[in-house]
Design a binder for this molecule. Structure first.
Ligand SMILES: Nc1ncnc2c1ncn2[C@@H]1O[C@H](COP(=O)(O)OP(=O)(O)OP(=O)(O)O)[C@@H](O)[C@H]1O
Ligand SMILES: O=C(O)C1=C[C@@H](O)[C@@H](O)[C@H](O)C1
Ligand SMILES: [Mg+2]
Length: 186
């Protein structure tokens, strides 16, 4: 059965959970656990883009630039947000385009997975699959990205969890509580 709750401007589906947040915050890791706990499908927009194109994200950045990647990301997000009853891990920069923010806001319960730059560095330094971090100073890059994106993540979020201070399992428990509270109010 579809569960909804009314907001000041529109009807929202709370069946979907959308995870937003920066690289290494744990969207993929926590998303998988959440989907398992809820017995629903888990989708990851980064993986979906890779499957559809048949190439990895760094290669898309190399051939089409960040602009090309954002275009693909917007297309995939629009499609994935038509699905009902999913946990979706979004890409770290997916909240940059106003249209993406609108779609996310309309169609799901949004959780911002927050994390310090130190933790992000710890969790991402061995992985070369994040093109924006292939720079001489990844710390500075992460700080710059967070400065621009943090207000967007916050403004969009129905719920915020710090994954630097909570284990992934504890984060899942908190998200489930908040999600159930939101659904109970509807
Ligand atoms: N409390 C925690 N919550 C989530 N992940 C954690 C936690 N502690 C350590 N990790 C580890 O941090 C990494 C998080 O990376 P993950 O790929 O899930 O992040 P992401 O938000 O999906 O990043 P990206 O935007 O680059 O896809 C994983 O290796 C995970 O095991
Ligand atoms: O923060 C970002 O802009 C990105 C995060 C990843 O999830 C990927 O979507 C890609 O590497 C870009
Ligand atoms: Mg991920």
């Amino acid at each position: 059965m579809m569960t909804r709750f009314r907001t000041s401007c529109s009807m929202r589906q709370t069946q979907n959970i959308y995870l937003i947040g920066p690289m290494g915050a744990g969207k993929t890791t926590i998303g998988r656990l959440l989907a398992k706990a809820l017995n629903v499908r888990f989708v990851d927009s980064d993986r979906e883009i890779e499957q559809r194109t048949g190439v990895c994200i760094p290669m898309i950045f190399e051939y089409e630039g960040e602009e090309g990647f954002r275009r693909r990301e917007a297309e995939v997000l629009a499609e994935l947000c038509c699905e009902e009853g999913v946990v979706l891990a979004t890409g770290g920069g997916s909240i940059l385009l106003p249209r993406n923010r609108e779609i996310l806001r309309e169609r799901g319960f949004i959780v911002y997975l927050k994390c310090s730059v130190e933790k992000q560095l710890e969790r991402t330094h061995k992985d070369s699959n994040r093109p924006l971090l292939q720079t001489e100073n990844p710390r500075q890059r992460l700080q710059e990205l967070l400065r621009i994106r943090e207000p967007l993540y916050r403004a969009l979020a129905d719920f915020i969890v710090d994954t630097g201070t909570h284990s992934s399992r504890s984060a899942v428990r908190q998200i489930l509580k908040a999600y159930n509270r939101a659904n109970a109010k509807s």
